[in-house]
Write a protein that binds this ligand. Structure first.
Ligand SMILES: Cc1cc2nc3c(=O)[nH]c(=O)nc-3n(C[C@H](O)[C@H](O)[C@H](O)COP(=O)(O)OP(=O)(O)OC[C@H]3O[C@@H](n4cnc5c(N)ncnc54)[C@H](O)[C@@H]3O)c2cc1C
Length: 471
């Protein structure tokens, strides 16, 4: 009997029929990544239902030399959860690890890797609490995937990315050892912080099975503002002003150029422009109150905006009159990606530079790329407060849908060269996966890459955890 057959028989007897399938119809939807760029093959798909089952399975894989591709909601943007084309790897779905315990007194939740972000939001809301991280893929993204990609979103400005919201972690290492550090200690100086090593490691160092997450009080009130400014430099000045004026209450500060707004208005016929006049750049600001004093939030924001006008920091602004209008403002922001897709092909980048350099960076890269690839349009939008924008290079009008496949790599290499010269990162949110692996090894700091490779070799010497991803 071949080793593969023995492995599958042993795995099947340990996990049972729900825990292991070779049914092509069941596996097929999970073999292509969210953006439809990568498709692979898998030996089988395992769906264990407990940490103990994950540990047993990983030990079995180690014994038989079977590579493992961990997968949560498959909403990642860089092909990290897609196996390669050899069909040698086991696709390990963590979606059945979906238990959730909420401790409202301690303001924390401990959830299995498979808990979906939206479910987490809904369940903690019933306790008057919230998990302050949200993103467009929340209906699919799981705790395990969010941890493993150190996901961000629109509230990083105030609460940080996943890394700062994780109090404890449980993971299965490549030899089947269970690393259990779920107990949330505020202070703990017993050497290396191993959970931080696993966060953002994209399934290459361990399989995340559970995490303890920090919760904050539910929002008691919020004010959502739409402002028009003449330039990205002006948006940055307005950000500094709002940080001073609103302090901790400033939760979101998103920017978009007029081109993005018009693309969304064309795409969503029911959407209305929040301001009447023409502005080169638009800013979406969210200010929140967690508890008492909520009644004064609107007054505080009105004073803040009046002050900003007085100092010439914005051209025009409006406060959403109610929650429906606030949601309509956010819908414009959240519809940029689909609106751009509807406009035509584009090459997309998710990059960061030091916050204070972002306006100059965008002013420098935009004409450089548009000159080198005539007819293209560079659009930058997103989280200015985090020094992170989505930088899309839109194809010349009438370009073939396959345009990104032809020039995409060359354009991206040029963008990443620029980002590196400016001291930035080629991945601010989505991670490296298989999409940017080559670029990371081309442009990454050699010392950092060497350390990462040594850590990988120490924890996974046989290279069985998500091979071909990240490093
Ligand atoms: C519309 C949309 C908007 C998005 N917006 C944002 C955004 O604003 N910010 C942002 O950061 N991301 C964003 N994303 C990307 C994506 O949602 C995140 O990367 C998310 O963290 C992926 O979670 P997942 O469960 O789907 O992971 P998957 O896609 O299944 O996997 C992602 C990576 O994590 C690994 N992995 C998954 N589960 C585990 C586990 N339990 N143990 C070890 N490794 C594991 C996989 O191998 C893979 O490398 C967006 C995605 C979509 C579709």
């Amino acid at each position: 009997m071949s080793d593969t057959v023995t492995f599958l028989e042993e795995a099947s007897s340990r996990l049972g029929p729900r825990g292991l399938t070779r049914d092509a119809d069941l596996i097929e939807p999970w073999l292509t990544d969210w953006r439809g760029v990568f498709t692979g093959k898998a030996l089988a798909m395992a769906s264990p239902s407990s940490t103990a089952e994950v540990a047993e399975l990983v030990k079995l894989c180690a014994r038989h030399g079977v590579p493992i591709v961990p997968q949560g909601g498959n909403s990642g943007m860089v092909g990290g959860a897609t196996p390669d084309e050899t069909g040698r790897a086991l696709l390990l779905s963590l979606r059945r690890l979906d238990t959730l315990a909420i401790d409202s007194d301690a303001r924390r939740a401990t959830g299995g890797a498979g808990v979906v972000l939206q479910t987490l939001h809904e369940k903690v809301a019933r306790h008057g609490l919230r998990f302050p991280l949200t993103l467009g893929g929340k209906g699919s993204a799981t705790i395990g995937g969010l941890v493993s990609t150190n996901a961000g979103g629109t509230q990083v400005l105030r609460h940080g990315a996943m890394r700062s919201l994780i109090l404890g972690l449980e993971a299965v290492l490549a030899d089947g050892t269970v690393f259990s550090a779920l107990t949330p200690l505020k202070k703990d100086n017993r050497g290396f912080d191993l959970k931080q090593l696993l966060i953002g490691s994209e399934g290459t160092l361990g399989i995340v099975t559970a995490a303890t997450l920090r919760l904050v009080p539910a929002i008691a009130d919020r004010v959502v503002i739409w402002a028009g400014v003449p330039s990205l430099q002006a948006a940055r000045k307005l950000l500094l002003f709002c940080e001073d004026a609103a302090g901790e209450a400033l939760e979101g500060f998103e920017v978009l150029p007029h081109l993005c707004l018009h693309a969304v208005l064309d795409h969503l016929p029911a959407a209305r422009p929040p301001l009447n006049g023409q502005h080169a750049w638009h800013v979406l600001i969210e200010v929140v109150a967690d508890s008492s004093g909520a009644a004064t939030l609107r007054d505080r924001c009105e004073t803040m905006l009046a002050d900003a006008f007085g100092r010439d920091l914005l051209e025009d602004a409006t406060i959403a009159a109610n929650d429906t209008q606030a949601e309509a403002f956010w819908l414009i922001r959240d519809s940029i990606a689909p609106a751009e897709r509807a406009r035509g092909p584009a090459v997309q980048h998710d990059i960061s530079v030091p916050v204070e350099k972002m306006p100059d960076f965008v002013d420098a890269i935009t004409p450089a790329i548009e000159r080198e690839w005539p007819g293209t349009e560079v659009v930058a939008f997103g989280h200015l407060g985090d020094g992170n924008v989505h930088l899309h290079v839109i194809a010349p009008e009438g370009a073939d849908p396959a345009w990104p496949k032809g020039v995409g790599k060359t354009i991206s290499a040029r963008v990443y060269d620029f980002v590196t010269e400016w001291g930035g990162s080629i991945s601010a949110e989505h991670g490296i996966g298989q999409l940017k692996r080559g670029e990371l090894s081309r442009l990454g700091d050699p010392a950092a890459l060497a350390i990462m490779r040594r850590v990988k070799a120490a924890l996974d010497p046989a290279d069985l955890l998500n091979p071909g991803k990240l490093i």
